[in-house]
Design a protein around this ligand. Sequence first.
Ligand SMILES: [Zn+2]
Length: 333
Amino acid sequence: MKSDTKIDFKLSDWDIVGHENQIEYLKSSVLKNDIAHSYLFSGEEKIGKKRIALTFIKSLMCLSDLRPCNKCISCQQIDKLIHPDVAFISSTGSIKIEAIRGIISKTNLKPFNAPYKVAIINNAENLTNEAANAFLKTLEEPPGQSVIILITKDHSLLLPTIISRLRMIRFFRVPTKDLEKLINGDKDKDLLLKIASGKTGKIFDLINDPTKIIKYENWLEQLDEILSGDKVKNLEYSTQIAKIYDSDPEEVIEMLRFWILIFRDFLDFKHKEPLFFKQNNLNFMETLNTEVIIDIIRYIGYIENKISNINSGINSKLALDLVILKIGKIKKL
Ligand SMILES: [Zn+2]
């Protein structure tokens, strides 16, 4: 879509870590005045898709000569998701047809005071089939100056008829060397990078809420204790975890996945400086040898299997007992 917008502005640094090619592509579309009517931003959760979508829209709507300025009324309203010409839907539950009808009628209106009428649908994989089908016609014949961005963690969950009408941009995890720029000087830098595993959003979550990093530090200590391998203690511990699991299964799954991350680090143990373990005083690293590492590969598979069983509702207490006891044995192999 070519708009009447004169390109008499420059683009500022978008201040986003990683995703250089994707950002370059979007910036050049803005500068060439070659904006698609509809985009699909696809990639894992918490890697920065929404932030890039909003920055892209700010660049289209900003009132300054260096865009986005992040200061003008337009930029501020977009950041707060209250811009009259930018509709935003985000839902962890189903996105129903009523919400999509609202979006359709809004995009059909002329922009209130901006060059474009924008709709952003976050978690687009949650569109019900009915809602997605209702949206098809709008995507096929987009009204005037409308820009529609669907954001999804997994485009294979969308209807193929929807995907084929969108210009897809795929996003990937950000390399650790880029993530490091966000946390230079942080005393927990190595742990933060380990937990984030290439996801910028996770870094922001952890920086904004310091209690979260304490949670991971506790999980590390607990893992160290389990690895000491006292069977009676470990069974008691497993009972405690099972209780937490009953009220908050996500929490336990997150902990087990974090432990898997730690075990994966062992696998690199022979190939690189195990700085992470040194800094976190994990005692068990002293006893590692090659055979143990090979066995750990087996156990990681075992634990991941158990995690999916826990998720699928198989006796969670039994699965947790098995996981904890297996971890307790790792050191004695
Ligand atoms: Zn601005």
